[in-house]
Design a binder for this molecule. Sequence first.
Ligand code: NAD
Length: 275
Amino acid sequence: MSIPTVELNDGVRIPQLGFGVFKVDPADTERIVTDALEAGYRHIDTAAIYGNEEGVGRALAASGIPRDELFITTKLWNDRQAGDEPLAAIDESLAKLGLEQVDLYLVHWPAPKGGNYVNAWEKMVAIRDAGKTRSIGVSNHLPEHLRDIIAATGVTPSVDQIELHPAYQQRDVTDFAAELGIRIEAWGPLGQGKYPLFDETPVAAAAAAHGKTPAQVVLRWHIQEGNIVFPKSNSPARIRENLDLFDFELTADEQAAITALERGGRVSAHPSEVN
Ligand code: NAD
């Protein structure tokens, strides 16, 4: 099984499929990330606010996997955007992860009420220039936020990590990002289990046709859309299931039928609400 990589606008390659650890209990993180690494994942998506960077770091160290075979993302939380705070925050994340450099560092939310996301982006550029991350990007940024940060720095993020699944595709953001060469990372790729995607007819029909589960069909849809995904699960069986996407292909009609499931079905917070 080999996971495809995609090239970001700075030349860095990222595995298109990874493992996300939002809501993975810090006490269980080392074990669950170890399960994911043993299953074959090499790309881990965490964040300072998840409180589990130390557990991720312990699993990485114990795995013995060479650093250059791993792709590690973490994120700057909203209360560290002002002044030089981002510079301190990355050092804290690196210490918790036990790494000298992450592969991708993201501004977690624009947090517009604080008014500091442009400053945060300026500091991200400095953090990359200092070699503490290979790539920099943003999360939950709408076109207005992307315009502001690019205008201020001339530096285009490598990715925008946004809520995206068949019921909520955010085409306004993805079209704008595509024009700028920003890759989309889809968080909540399975609708966080909150949106009944698996019961939708095109998903169930494709699952039956290919002998796959509905979750695998939704994840395969993302892969064929070109999205970068990192589904989360605590269960070893589902961790393996979510990796087993590369021995089948949705037909153009199946892909289109799933794309037609757009319902404005946002399952989590809107960027204007998170500050
Ligand atoms: P997800 O869409 O990956 O859903 C996870 C849930 O789906 C699980 O808890 C489980 O209930 C279910 N599930 C997983 N595999 C399944 C399977 N094979 N069959 C049936 N059900 C299954 O949601 P998520 O965890 O929120 O998103 C993935 C990752 O995205 C996170 O872990 C995190 O790394 C990232 N994320 C980022 C942000 C952000 O603001 N940047 C927000 C949320 C999540």
